[in-house]
Design a protein around this ligand. Structure first.
Ligand code: GDP
Ligand code: MG
Length: 162
């Protein structure tokens, strides 16, 4: 049992997920939270904020050479963003699966973008694409004390370890 607990602890990850202004304005916050929550992932931080354009540029710095970069940063800073940190085994990679492909036309039905969005410029949600970006993005959007560590009552049922 101890080995299982150690393996479980070692697999725990955190990822940064944000509902962009289109998802907030369309009333999709609870739908998106539900998908992560019902899967068995654990919410450890939330905030709703209108980011400045400079902040949006920091968030999307990897894309600064892309032609859509300026419009993307204008859009992210145009209204409220619902920022979250989710925790769980494999949550970085599986969070991206729940979200679906970048272009909603290519996202499978059953994914968030597949079910709820139509065009790439209004694809409603952001999710970190790997462990390094998850760490950087969580650090950009949240102070360490805004992340809450707790044991959820569901965990022993989700993971089968106590
Ligand atoms: P993501 O990780 O799936 O969100 O995709 P990327 O990191 O590649 O791009 C970040 C965001 O830029 C996407 O979610 C889209 O909102 C936007 N984006 C990506 N590619 C395009 C594009 O070809 N055109 C436009 N207008 N926006 C794009
Ligand atoms: Mg990305």
């Amino acid at each position: 049992m101890l080995q299982e607990q150690e393996a479980h602890a070692a697999e725990m990850e955190r990822t940064f997920i944000a509902i962009k202004p289109d998802g907030v304005q369309r009333g999709l916050i609870s739908e998106i939270i539900s998908r992560f929550e019902q899967k068995g992932f654990k919410l450890v931080a939330i905030k709703i904020v209108v980011p400045s354009k400079d902040f949006a540029k920091k968030h999307y710095h990897d894309l600064k050479e892309r032609p859509f970069f300026n419009g993307l940063c204008d859009f992210l800073s145009s209204g409220p963003v619902f920022a979250m940190v989710w925790e769980g085994e494999g949550v970085i990679k599986y969070g991206r699966k729940l979200i679906g492909a970048t272009d909603p036309q290519k996202s499978e039905p059953g994914t968030i973008r597949g079910d709820l969005a139509v065009v790439v410029g209004r694809n409603i949600i952001h999710g970190s694409d790997g462990p390094e970006t998850a760490k950087d993005e969580i650090g950009l959007w949240f102070k360490p004390e805004e992340l809450v560590s707790y044991t959820s009552n569901a965990e022993k049922w989700v993971y089968g370890v106590n």
